[in-house]
Design a protein. Structure first.
Length: 400
């Protein structure tokens, strides 16, 4: 399928416009990482505690921040899910707010801060665990059970917790809501010593500082090793200049993507690193397609300059590039729009990467071949077949 019939676009003639575009965004990203937002590492890399909280109503971020500050949890990062009906908030505590030996205390500190002094002496049913609830029922024994008490109260405690977390999204409005899965005697007993706050902790992720440092190192090494491996492959598959051009283009893609996260101040997590590695492979694949066509045309169009060959090769692969990249972009765009908060960073990296990766294959990697020929002052082009022994090579003047 061809979208364009014999296109003849002078891509290299417009290279300076696109190189200026790359320079502007690259410099902006570097300045942001160096002086403005830095590299906004997520909890995965810097260590700390991230708590996912579900509220019964739309949460007030300012009130939450004030409560955390009052409890001594300063500089916490609060992200509210603004989608209608979600009523969720992610609270992230920097490692300075907790210790490596007791990072799970971050959850308890947040719960205590948000509960305030409501209902002193009672336990919050929305933030109680299965074991605590079972021990309470065993101690009070509202059903007056005998030897079967541990098993029976264990089932009731599990049913209440599952109902709260699975059926009600992690939070119930009143203690009496437990009557949907618990006997009346149990609910009456719970009303004496339990209450329900307007929030419930759904999930807690904890990463120690040493683990975060190891993850940072491994993420960096994974990116560098992937670029080095691709350079070596293209060195043997084509020529060294082809590998260098492709790796520079991939580094350009990575720099702009990470710079965009810094400019937008969006945290970089492990899933974002996975997306960056994915876009490196995608960009390299697109670049190899263009390079392969250039190598074929070098053998067929010996009388033309490399600039003309590169332009013709890009035009010949244009339909394939637009179809492949366009369909992939629509897929990751849908993931970005409808994938939810958890996949937001991952899908955003792919959206940026698909655009920049396709762009760099045409306007960064390919022009580097021509720039290399001009810099070396060669009369022949990279990848051209060598002249047979005893014959004089026909030299073609290079064009800018």
């Amino acid at each position: 399928m061809e979208l364009f019939h014999n296109p003849n676009i002078d891509f290299l003639g417009k290279k300076w416009y696109f190189l200026a575009f790359s320079l502007i965004f690259s410099v902006a990203g570097i300045l942001s990482m160096a002086f403005w937002h830095g590299i906004p590492l997520g909890v995965d890399f810097r260590g700390g505690t991230i708590v996912d909280i579900k509220f019964t109503q739309t949460p007030n971020v300012d009130a939450i921040r004030s409560a955390l500050d009052h409890a001594g949890l300063h500089n916490a990062i609060i992200q509210a899910d603004t989608r209608p009906g979600r009523n969720e908030v992610l609270i992230k505590l920097d490692i300075r707010e907790t210790s490596e030996q007791a990072l799970d205390q971050g959850k308890n500190k947040i719960v205590t801060a948000l509960q305030g002094n409501a209902n002193p002496g009672k336990t919050d049913l929305n933030n109680v665990g299965y074991t605590t609830l079972q021990d309470y029922l065993l101690r009070t024994d509202p059903l007056h059970l005998g030897t079967d008490a541990p098993m029976r109260y264990g089932e009731i405690a599990r049913a209440i917790v599952d109902y709260r977390d699975k059926s009600r999204g992690g939070v119930i409005n009143a203690v009496t809501d437990a009557s949907a899965v618990a006997p009346p005697q149990v609910v009456q007993q719970l009303q004496q010593d339990f209450y329900t706050s307007n929030f419930g902790v759904r999930n807690v992720d904890i990463v120690g500082p040493q683990v975060g440092a190891q993850l940072r190192q491994r993420a960096l090494l994974a990116t560098l090793y992937s670029l080095l491996g691709m350079l070596i492959y293209l060195w043997f598959r084509f020529e060294l200049i082809y590998g260098v051009a492709a790796v520079v283009a991939c580094f350009h893609d990575t720099l702009i993507t990470v710079g965009a996260f810094s400019l937008l101040n969006i945290e970089i997590s492990l899933t974002v690193i996975a997306a960056v590695l994915t876009l490196i492979g995608y960009s390299m694949n697109d670049t190899i397609v263009v390079f392969d066509r250039i190598r074929e045309n070098v053998k067929l169009l010996r009388k033309e300059s490399l600039a003309e060959i590169v332009n013709k090769s890009i035009n010949q692969t244009l339909s394939r590039t637009v179809l492949t990249s366009g369909l992939t972009f629509l897929t990751v765009l849908a993931l970005f729009l409808f994938g939810g908060e958890v996949l937001h960073g991952f899908s955003l990296a792919l959206v940026i990467g698909i655009i920049i990766g396709t762009y760099s294959s045409i306007f960064i990697a390919a022009p580097m071949l021509v720039a290399y020929q001009t810099w070396r002052g060669k009369k022949t082009v990279p990848g051209a077949p060598a002249a047979p022994s005893g014959q004089r090579r026909v030299k073609t003047p290079a064009k800018a």
